[in-house]
Design a binder for this molecule. Sequence first.
Ligand code: NAP
Length: 245
Amino acid sequence: LPGTPKTVLILGGTREASRLARLLDTKENLRVITSLAGRTRTPETVAGECRVGGFGGIDGLVSYLREQRIDLLVDATHPFAGTISSNAEHAARQSGTRLMVFRLPPWKQVDGDVWRSVASLDEARAAIPPSSRVLLALGHQHIAGFAEHRDVHFVIRMVDPPDEPLPFQASEIILGKPGDLSAEEQLLRSRSIDHLVCRNSGGSASYAKIEAARKLSIPVIMIERPPVSSETVFTSIDELAACIY
Ligand code: NAP
């Protein structure tokens, strides 16, 4: 097809980005590069080529797009990874690179959910009642501010162990990724959790904790997403992939 891209750069770090790389890597006329920030110590392998680490802001990304002769840039990063998404938009415009954006649709409250929707980490912090027992399901770089609640017991889930001791008064760290419904229910029950703090990531990978909270009538302090500024946003990887080849 005329205009078919030859080299695709996927800004990844999500399950969906990896799935897109797998789909596109089967195409013979495409070179597929996935870019990871390098946040997790042992990232899962992705199909095609992979590069790791920041680009050095908008200018660095523009240089990379030019050097690697990228025909298409796909932003399939996490919905809360706002800096890289904004950089991608600017760099695509500056370099004249075609940009496609993928975002999982946000979760919606259903019957039985007890959500308090908030707009930011600060609001989430303020919404935690005194002396509660909270499962903090946020990226490790977002948890430090919660330590100001000295009377709250936090159970903190993270993928890798922290480099330094956490500043929390009372806390337990659970290493690993989210589990299925029964594992999440067991976690909430065994720690007598009475509040869950998380971000509205969308998708199935981390939804079981929301279902478990619903089952146990545990209130969820849900941090909603920042608005997306791009005009065209795909919500299906298959539809996005179909537009590429
Ligand atoms: P962020 O605040 O938007 O990005 C901070 C900086 O990290 C960016 O300015 C960029 O550095 C670098 N960066 C981010 N994503 C990158 C990528 N895919 N490739 C190369 N450099 C990248 O992002 P964040 O919230 O720290 O998240 C970092 C990454 O983790 C994202 O790629 C995101 O998709 C992933 N993530 C995944 C999950 C998940 O549940 N799977 C959750 C959160 C985050 P430079 O300015 O130097 O280019």
